[in-house]
Ligand binder design. Structure first.
Ligand SMILES: Nc1ncnc2c1ncn2[C@@H]1O[C@H](COP(=O)(O)OP(=O)(O)OP(=O)(O)O)[C@@H](O)[C@H]1O
Ligand SMILES: [Mg+2]
Length: 200
C-alpha cells in the first residue's frame, strides 16, 4: 500500500479538495483506494457519508488497498502526525500568494530532510498573476537550495469545477465531468505523483 498525506501549515488551501480529487483520480484508474480523515472538522468523512448516501461507496475498507490518502487539518511546525511521518508522499497544496508562502516555506524548512524529500508542492487556485508567478519562482528557489521537494505545475482557480467535488457524488467525478481540459489539468499533475510512487 502507498500512503499519500495531504498537509501543510496553511488552512483553506484546498487540502480536502485535493484529497477528494486524488482519491477519485486513482479510483477512476482502477486502483483500490481508501481515505482517512485526520481533521477534526471531518470534511472528508462527511463527504464520504454523503457519497454513500447517494449510492456511491468507492472506498475499499480493507487494510491493504493500493492507495491510502490521508487528509489532515494542517500541522503546527514540525510536530507532524504519524500518518504524515509514515507517508510515501506528502502533498502540500498552497495558494501562491506572499502571505501563504511565508507559512508554507517556513513549514518546509522546519521539517527533517528525510521528510522534505517526500514533499510535493501543488499550487492550487492558480491564476497566473505576476504575484503568483513570483511566488512559484520563490518556491522553486527554496527547493533548489534545499535539494529536496518537488513542485507540480498546479491546478487553476475554477470555482465552478473544483468545489463541487465535495458534494454528494453518485458516480466517479471523472466519469461525470465533460470538460477534457479539466481532466488534462488534473492528470498532468497526478500522473507525476503516480510516477513518483510507482516509477514510470
Ligand atoms: N482549484 C480550486 N478552484 C476553486 N476553488 C477551490 C479550488 N480548490 C479549493 N477550492 C475551494 O477553496 C476552499 C477551501 O478548500 P478546502 O476545504 O479543500 O481547503 P482545506 O485546506 O482542506 O481547508 P481546511 O484547512 O479548512 O481543512 C473551498 O471552498 C474549496 O471549494
Ligand atoms: Mg480540509
Amino acid at each position: 500500500m502507498k500512503t499519500i498525506a495531504i498537509t501543510g501549515d496553511k488552512g483553506g488551501v484546498g487540502k480536502s479538495t485535493i484529497s477528494a480529487l486524488l482519491a477519485q483520480w486513482f479510483a477512476f484508474q482502477n486502483y483500490s483506494v481508501n481515505l482517512l480523515d485526520a481533521d477534526p472538522n471531518r470534511t472528508i468523512y462527511t463527504w464520504l457519508e454523503k457519497c454513500k448516501g447517494a449510492g456511491y461507496d468507492f472506498c475499499v475498507a480493507e487494510k491493504d488497498t493500493d492507495i491510502l490518502i490521508v487528509d489532515t487539518a494542517g500541522t503546527s511546525g514540525s510536530s507532524l502526525i504519524q500518518h504524515v511521518k509514515d507517508a510515501d508522499l506528502i502533498i502540500v497544496p498552497f495558494q501562491p500568494h506572499v502571505a501563504d508562502l511565508e507559512i508554507v516555506i517556513g513549514w518546509f524548512l522546519s521539517i527533517k530532510e528525510s521528510l522534505q524529500k517526500k514533499v510535493v508542492f501543488l499550487p492550487n487556485r492558480r491564476e497566473g498573476t505576476v504575484e503568483q508567478k513570483e511566488g512559484i519562482l520563490q518556491v522553486t528557489k527554496i527547493l533548489k537550495a534545499e535539494g529536496a521537494g518537488f513542485l507540480l505545475k498546479g491546478i487553476n482557480n475554477r470555482p465552478a469545477i473544483y468545489p463541487p467535488i465535495l458534494n454528494a457524488l453518485s458516480v466517479n467525478y471523472f466519469a461525470s465531468i465533460k470538460d477534457t481540459k479539466v481532466i488534462e489539468e488534473i492528470s498532468s499533475n497526478f500522473t507525476i505523483l503516480k510516477e513518483i510512487l510507482y516509477g514510470k
